[in-house]
Ligand binder design. Structure first.
Ligand SMILES: [Zn+2]
Length: 319
Protein backbone atom coordinates (compact mmCIF):
# COMPACT_ATOMS: atom_id res chain seq x y z
CA UNK A 1 0.00 0.00 0.00
CA UNK A 2 1.29 3.48 -0.80
CA UNK A 3 1.83 6.23 1.72
CA UNK A 4 -0.87 8.37 0.15
CA UNK A 5 -3.38 5.52 0.34
CA UNK A 6 -2.65 5.36 4.05
CA UNK A 7 -2.95 9.11 4.45
CA UNK A 8 0.69 9.29 5.50
CA UNK A 9 2.00 11.50 2.72
CA UNK A 10 1.45 14.71 4.63
CA UNK A 11 4.78 16.09 5.79
CA UNK A 12 3.66 18.56 8.45
CA UNK A 13 1.06 16.84 10.53
CA UNK A 14 -1.52 19.10 12.17
CA UNK A 15 -3.40 16.16 13.63
CA UNK A 16 -2.31 13.27 15.82
CA UNK A 17 -1.75 10.32 13.48
CA UNK A 18 -2.81 7.96 16.25
CA UNK A 19 -6.04 9.48 17.56
CA UNK A 20 -6.90 12.30 15.15
CA UNK A 21 -6.87 15.07 17.78
CA UNK A 22 -5.69 18.49 16.63
CA UNK A 23 -4.02 19.54 19.89
CA UNK A 24 -0.34 19.01 19.15
CA UNK A 25 2.33 20.69 21.24
CA UNK A 26 6.02 20.77 20.34
CA UNK A 27 7.99 19.23 23.19
CA UNK A 28 11.47 19.15 21.61
CA UNK A 29 13.51 19.53 18.46
CA UNK A 30 15.98 16.69 18.01
CA UNK A 31 18.89 15.81 15.79
CA UNK A 32 20.32 12.32 15.24
CA UNK A 33 22.87 11.82 18.01
CA UNK A 34 23.60 8.16 17.26
CA UNK A 35 24.33 7.89 13.54
CA UNK A 36 24.91 11.55 12.72
CA UNK A 37 22.29 11.76 9.97
CA UNK A 38 21.73 15.34 8.84
CA UNK A 39 18.39 16.95 9.69
CA UNK A 40 16.26 18.26 12.52
CA UNK A 41 12.98 16.78 13.63
CA UNK A 42 10.25 18.21 15.80
CA UNK A 43 8.60 16.07 18.43
CA UNK A 44 4.89 16.79 18.83
CA UNK A 45 2.91 15.62 21.82
CA UNK A 46 -0.80 14.98 21.45
CA UNK A 47 -2.89 16.80 24.04
CA UNK A 48 -5.46 14.05 23.81
CA UNK A 49 -3.83 10.59 23.69
CA UNK A 50 -0.44 11.80 24.95
CA UNK A 51 1.60 10.04 22.25
CA UNK A 52 4.57 11.91 20.78
CA UNK A 53 5.24 11.82 17.05
CA UNK A 54 8.17 12.88 14.90
CA UNK A 55 7.44 15.76 12.52
CA UNK A 56 7.87 15.71 9.66
CA UNK A 57 7.18 12.00 9.66
CA UNK A 58 9.90 10.55 7.38
CA UNK A 59 8.63 9.13 4.11
CA UNK A 60 9.11 5.44 3.43
CA UNK A 61 11.93 6.19 0.95
CA UNK A 62 13.69 8.41 3.45
CA UNK A 63 13.48 5.69 6.06
CA UNK A 64 15.09 3.21 3.67
CA UNK A 65 17.98 5.63 3.23
CA UNK A 66 18.31 6.09 7.00
CA UNK A 67 18.34 2.35 7.63
CA UNK A 68 21.01 1.88 4.99
CA UNK A 69 23.28 3.81 7.36
CA UNK A 70 22.98 0.99 9.86
CA UNK A 71 25.71 -1.58 9.60
CA UNK A 72 23.58 -4.66 9.82
CA UNK A 73 24.84 -7.66 11.64
CA UNK A 74 24.19 -10.33 9.05
CA UNK A 75 25.66 -13.11 11.21
CA UNK A 76 22.76 -15.16 12.46
CA UNK A 77 23.03 -16.27 16.05
CA UNK A 78 23.52 -19.90 16.92
CA UNK A 79 22.24 -21.29 20.17
CA UNK A 80 24.73 -21.68 22.94
CA UNK A 81 26.35 -19.55 25.57
CA UNK A 82 25.68 -19.55 29.26
CA UNK A 83 22.41 -17.64 28.71
CA UNK A 84 20.68 -20.50 26.93
CA UNK A 85 22.20 -23.28 29.06
CA UNK A 86 21.45 -21.62 32.38
CA UNK A 87 18.23 -19.60 31.98
CA UNK A 88 18.12 -18.78 35.72
CA UNK A 89 21.59 -17.21 35.45
CA UNK A 90 20.54 -15.17 32.43
CA UNK A 91 17.40 -14.01 34.23
CA UNK A 92 19.41 -13.05 37.28
CA UNK A 93 21.89 -11.08 35.16
CA UNK A 94 19.05 -9.29 33.37
CA UNK A 95 17.45 -8.43 36.70
CA UNK A 96 20.68 -6.53 37.43
CA UNK A 97 21.47 -5.21 33.94
CA UNK A 98 17.86 -4.24 33.21
CA UNK A 99 17.99 -5.92 29.78
CA UNK A 100 14.57 -6.81 28.43
CA UNK A 101 14.77 -10.29 26.93
CA UNK A 102 11.63 -12.14 25.77
CA UNK A 103 13.13 -15.47 26.89
CA UNK A 104 12.74 -14.24 30.45
CA UNK A 105 9.02 -13.49 30.34
CA UNK A 106 6.99 -14.71 27.32
CA UNK A 107 4.75 -17.58 28.32
CA UNK A 108 5.30 -20.40 25.86
CA UNK A 109 3.52 -23.67 26.44
CA UNK A 110 3.70 -26.95 24.59
CA UNK A 111 2.86 -26.52 20.90
CA UNK A 112 2.69 -22.72 21.09
CA UNK A 113 3.18 -21.25 17.63
CA UNK A 114 5.36 -18.14 17.97
CA UNK A 115 6.35 -15.19 15.76
CA UNK A 116 9.37 -12.98 16.47
CA UNK A 117 8.61 -9.93 14.32
CA UNK A 118 11.73 -7.90 13.54
CA UNK A 119 13.89 -10.79 14.73
CA UNK A 120 17.19 -9.27 13.52
CA UNK A 121 20.02 -11.84 13.50
CA UNK A 122 17.78 -14.22 15.49
CA UNK A 123 19.34 -13.55 18.89
CA UNK A 124 16.26 -14.82 20.78
CA UNK A 125 14.71 -16.90 18.02
CA UNK A 126 17.77 -19.18 17.82
CA UNK A 127 17.46 -20.10 21.46
CA UNK A 128 13.70 -20.76 21.25
CA UNK A 129 14.23 -22.77 18.05
CA UNK A 130 16.85 -25.02 19.68
CA UNK A 131 14.55 -25.57 22.65
CA UNK A 132 11.99 -27.03 20.24
CA UNK A 133 9.61 -24.06 20.09
CA UNK A 134 7.65 -23.81 16.84
CA UNK A 135 8.92 -20.29 16.10
CA UNK A 136 9.18 -18.20 12.94
CA UNK A 137 10.69 -14.79 12.38
CA UNK A 138 10.17 -11.85 10.06
CA UNK A 139 12.85 -9.38 9.12
CA UNK A 140 13.31 -6.61 6.58
CA UNK A 141 17.06 -6.84 5.81
CA UNK A 142 17.70 -9.40 3.06
CA UNK A 143 21.21 -10.38 4.19
CA UNK A 144 19.95 -10.98 7.74
CA UNK A 145 17.08 -13.12 6.41
CA UNK A 146 19.50 -15.18 4.31
CA UNK A 147 21.91 -15.66 7.22
CA UNK A 148 19.04 -16.85 9.44
CA UNK A 149 17.78 -19.27 6.81
CA UNK A 150 21.28 -20.65 6.31
CA UNK A 151 21.21 -21.58 10.00
CA UNK A 152 17.93 -23.43 9.49
CA UNK A 153 15.59 -20.87 11.05
CA UNK A 154 12.22 -20.10 9.48
CA UNK A 155 12.65 -16.37 8.90
CA UNK A 156 10.62 -14.65 6.19
CA UNK A 157 11.53 -11.47 4.41
CA UNK A 158 9.23 -8.50 5.01
CA UNK A 159 8.52 -7.25 1.50
CA UNK A 160 5.82 -4.77 2.45
CA UNK A 161 6.14 -3.03 5.81
CA UNK A 162 2.35 -2.84 5.99
CA UNK A 163 1.92 -6.59 5.78
CA UNK A 164 3.12 -9.42 8.01
CA UNK A 165 4.20 -12.25 5.67
CA UNK A 166 2.13 -14.99 7.33
CA UNK A 167 -1.40 -16.36 7.05
CA UNK A 168 -4.43 -15.33 9.10
CA UNK A 169 -4.69 -16.79 12.62
CA UNK A 170 -1.34 -18.56 12.29
CA UNK A 171 0.10 -17.70 15.71
CA UNK A 172 -0.63 -18.20 19.39
CA UNK A 173 1.96 -15.64 20.41
CA UNK A 174 3.75 -12.72 18.74
CA UNK A 175 6.45 -10.54 20.28
CA UNK A 176 8.08 -7.35 19.00
CA UNK A 177 11.18 -6.17 20.81
CA UNK A 178 11.97 -2.49 20.14
CA UNK A 179 10.15 -2.55 16.81
CA UNK A 180 6.72 -0.96 17.19
CA UNK A 181 8.10 2.57 17.75
CA UNK A 182 9.78 2.35 14.31
CA UNK A 183 6.52 1.79 12.42
CA UNK A 184 4.96 4.57 10.35
CA UNK A 185 1.46 3.16 10.42
CA UNK A 186 0.78 1.86 13.94
CA UNK A 187 -2.95 1.36 13.36
CA UNK A 188 -2.45 -0.60 10.15
CA UNK A 189 0.20 -2.72 11.81
CA UNK A 190 -1.92 -3.42 14.88
CA UNK A 191 -4.61 -4.62 12.51
CA UNK A 192 -2.05 -6.96 10.92
CA UNK A 193 -1.03 -8.29 14.34
CA UNK A 194 -4.65 -8.99 15.08
CA UNK A 195 -4.97 -10.78 11.73
CA UNK A 196 -2.06 -13.20 12.24
CA UNK A 197 -2.98 -14.02 15.84
CA UNK A 198 -5.52 -16.62 16.84
CA UNK A 199 -8.38 -15.59 19.15
CA UNK A 200 -7.00 -15.42 22.71
CA UNK A 201 -3.50 -15.16 21.22
CA UNK A 202 -0.86 -13.22 23.11
CA UNK A 203 1.00 -10.12 21.97
CA UNK A 204 4.06 -8.67 23.74
CA UNK A 205 5.38 -5.23 22.84
CA UNK A 206 8.61 -3.83 24.30
CA UNK A 207 9.43 -0.20 23.48
CA UNK A 208 10.64 3.07 25.03
CA UNK A 209 8.29 4.57 27.60
CA UNK A 210 7.46 8.22 26.99
CA UNK A 211 6.55 8.58 30.68
CA UNK A 212 9.93 7.39 31.86
CA UNK A 213 11.42 9.36 34.71
CA UNK A 214 14.71 9.33 32.75
CA UNK A 215 13.11 11.29 29.93
CA UNK A 216 12.47 14.11 32.39
CA UNK A 217 15.97 13.88 33.83
CA UNK A 218 17.95 13.59 30.57
CA UNK A 219 15.70 15.88 28.48
CA UNK A 220 17.11 16.22 24.96
CA UNK A 221 19.88 13.79 25.94
CA UNK A 222 17.35 10.98 26.36
CA UNK A 223 18.87 9.58 23.19
CA UNK A 224 17.95 5.93 23.85
CA UNK A 225 14.31 6.95 23.81
CA UNK A 226 14.23 9.72 21.20
CA UNK A 227 16.56 7.98 18.70
CA UNK A 228 15.45 10.48 16.06
CA UNK A 229 14.59 9.92 13.21
CA UNK A 230 14.25 6.15 13.72
CA UNK A 231 11.73 6.17 16.58
CA UNK A 232 8.67 7.69 14.94
CA UNK A 233 6.23 7.51 17.87
CA UNK A 234 6.61 7.52 21.63
CA UNK A 235 4.00 5.72 23.66
CA UNK A 236 3.04 4.94 27.19
CA UNK A 237 0.81 2.14 28.39
CA UNK A 238 -2.36 4.21 27.95
CA UNK A 239 -1.69 5.44 24.42
CA UNK A 240 -0.64 1.97 23.32
CA UNK A 241 -3.69 0.40 24.90
CA UNK A 242 -5.90 2.95 23.18
CA UNK A 243 -4.65 1.86 19.74
CA UNK A 244 -4.66 -1.84 20.58
CA UNK A 245 -8.24 -1.77 21.85
CA UNK A 246 -9.45 -0.52 18.46
CA UNK A 247 -7.99 -3.66 16.90
CA UNK A 248 -9.43 -6.16 19.34
CA UNK A 249 -6.71 -6.37 21.99
CA UNK A 250 -6.89 -6.00 25.74
CA UNK A 251 -3.85 -5.14 27.86
CA UNK A 252 -3.47 -7.57 30.72
CA UNK A 253 -0.11 -6.58 32.19
CA UNK A 254 2.54 -3.89 31.89
CA UNK A 255 5.89 -3.21 33.53
CA UNK A 256 9.02 -1.26 32.79
CA UNK A 257 12.72 -1.35 33.57
CA UNK A 258 15.78 0.59 32.42
CA UNK A 259 18.54 -1.32 30.63
CA UNK A 260 21.96 -0.16 31.75
CA UNK A 261 23.02 0.08 28.08
CA UNK A 262 20.27 2.68 27.48
CA UNK A 263 21.22 4.59 30.62
CA UNK A 264 24.88 4.57 29.56
CA UNK A 265 24.01 5.97 26.11
CA UNK A 266 22.09 8.83 27.73
CA UNK A 267 24.97 9.51 30.11
CA UNK A 268 27.34 9.69 27.12
CA UNK A 269 24.94 12.09 25.35
CA UNK A 270 25.04 14.31 28.44
CA UNK A 271 28.80 14.14 28.94
CA UNK A 272 29.64 14.62 25.22
CA UNK A 273 27.00 17.12 24.05
CA UNK A 274 28.69 17.71 20.69
CA UNK A 275 29.07 14.04 19.78
CA UNK A 276 26.71 13.18 16.91
CA UNK A 277 27.78 9.55 16.50
CA UNK A 278 27.39 8.24 20.02
CA UNK A 279 26.98 4.64 18.85
CA UNK A 280 30.66 4.49 18.08
CA UNK A 281 31.82 6.45 21.15
CA UNK A 282 33.84 4.32 23.58
CA UNK A 283 34.79 5.78 26.94
CA UNK A 284 35.34 4.98 30.61
CA UNK A 285 31.62 4.27 31.02
CA UNK A 286 32.16 1.10 28.95
CA UNK A 287 34.68 -0.43 31.36
CA UNK A 288 33.27 -3.63 32.86
CA UNK A 289 33.60 -2.64 36.51
CA UNK A 290 32.08 0.80 35.85
CA UNK A 291 29.16 -0.83 34.10
CA UNK A 292 28.57 -3.26 36.94
CA UNK A 293 28.64 -0.42 39.43
CA UNK A 294 26.22 1.67 37.38
CA UNK A 295 23.87 -1.33 37.02
CA UNK A 296 23.75 -1.69 40.79
CA UNK A 297 23.29 2.03 41.38
CA UNK A 298 20.58 2.17 38.69
CA UNK A 299 18.68 -0.72 40.27
CA UNK A 300 18.75 0.96 43.69
CA UNK A 301 17.74 4.41 42.38
CA UNK A 302 14.91 2.86 40.38
CA UNK A 303 13.38 0.93 43.26
CA UNK A 304 10.75 3.59 44.07
CA UNK A 305 10.29 4.59 40.40
CA UNK A 306 7.23 3.27 38.53
CA UNK A 307 7.86 4.68 35.04
CA UNK A 308 11.14 3.35 33.69
CA UNK A 309 12.72 3.49 30.23
CA UNK A 310 11.69 0.25 28.54
CA UNK A 311 7.99 -0.50 28.68
CA UNK A 312 6.63 -4.01 28.15
CA UNK A 313 2.91 -4.46 27.59
CA UNK A 314 1.23 -7.85 27.35
CA UNK A 315 -1.99 -8.02 25.33
CA UNK A 316 -4.53 -10.69 24.64
CA UNK A 317 -6.46 -10.79 21.39
CA UNK A 318 -10.11 -10.94 22.24
CA UNK A 319 -12.14 -13.49 20.32
ZN1 LIG B 1 -3.38 11.57 19.85
Amino acid sequence: MTDSALGLEKREQDQCILCGAARLVEVAVQVDRRKGLPGRWRLLECGDCGAISVAPLPLADELSTYYASYSNDSQAASAGGAGSRFPWLRKLFHAISGDVDPRDFVKIGEGTRVLDYGCGPASYLADFHHKGVNISGAEIATDVVNACRAKGFDVRKVEDVHRIPFADAEFDLVYLMQVFEHLRDPHGFMHELSRVLKPSGMLYLALPNRRSVWRKIFGKNWVSGWFTPFHLFHYDRDSLERIARQHGFEAIAAWSRTPESWFRLNLKATIYPNDMSLDSRRCWLDIGMVRLLSMLILRIIELPVRQRDCLVVEFVRLS
